[in-house]
Design a protein around this ligand. Sequence first.
Ligand SMILES: Cc1cc2nc3c(=O)[nH]c(=O)nc-3n(C[C@H](O)[C@H](O)[C@H](O)COP(=O)(O)OP(=O)(O)OC[C@H]3O[C@@H](n4cnc5c(N)ncnc54)[C@H](O)[C@@H]3O)c2cc1C
Length: 273
Amino acid sequence: MPAISFEFFPPKTDEQRAQLDATAAVLRQRAPEYVSVTFGAGGSTLSYTPATVRLLREHHGLETVPHLSCMGGTRDEIRALLDLYRDLGCRRIVALRGDLPSGMAASGDFRHASELVRFIREETGDFFRIEVAGYPEVHPQAESWETDLRHLAEKVRAGADGVITQYFFNADAYARFVEDARRLGVEVPIVPGVLPITNYSQLRRFSEMCGAEIPRWIARRLQAMGDDRAAIRAFGAEVVAGLCRRLLELGAPGLHFYTLNRARGVLAVLERL
Ligand SMILES: Cc1cc2nc3c(=O)[nH]c(=O)nc-3n(C[C@H](O)[C@H](O)[C@H](O)COP(=O)(O)OP(=O)(O)OC[C@H]3O[C@@H](n4cnc5c(N)ncnc54)[C@H](O)[C@@H]3O)c2cc1C
């Protein structure tokens, strides 16, 4: 089994906290290399990330990696967060631009993830291993696939040690992305991000937001299943496990699961691998 990692979002309510607790306790048994905690995604309040990182490290004993985005504020505010994460024992960070909640003006001192990566390196040297985001199906705001790849290469030149991709369902897109990135001198590991399929309307919503393509054959089958959640789960697990197998054959150095704080979909995929 290759290295696996799990991504969580910071819970806001007691119910969500209990959900994450239960999920972390179950997924911990799968011996992940690390788990990561998103930052500000979906408009969540920024201070929830450090609290969640602390909980997962101290209560669950998980190697926990905070995400940090340009929306984290000014240089001073980001410096303070880096200090905090260092004190918590973190040695790895996922550095992103982040997305602005609609209607909000730009905040913070950095516009692109590459600037944030450079800043982290300037401030903390080699202390943190830095992961950045990559887009096998092209970032939705990119001018072209080629400029998008150049921007990825820029993040690596700025000091990133690894890439985690947006999720996708087309293994060829990953193969081509890795090949093209290598041609531009990106030598670091490129770990595919994997989203278990458990709910069609949610999948459609996410995919519209992040620009991931749902292949027509998958969409049509999921549509036909309507509200039959068991059928959706079984089909989704088969499809995503098949994708993971193919990615590993292609040489993927690991798998990063977007858990949405739920264990079931991830476990169904892992059990089939
Ligand atoms: C693994 C992963 C984890 C994520 N976690 C979070 C999270 O915790 N919180 C959150 O809010 N979001 C998260 N996201 C979403 C991410 O923030 C969005 O996709 C965001 O729109 C882009 O972030 P980025 O770091 O890729 O940005 P960038 O690398 O800055 O790229 C963003 C866009 O700008 C372009 N660009 C980059 N550099 C330049 C430049 N110098 N000049 C002109 N254009 C440029 C790129 O081509 C791209 O189109 C995550 C995404 C992934 C794949």
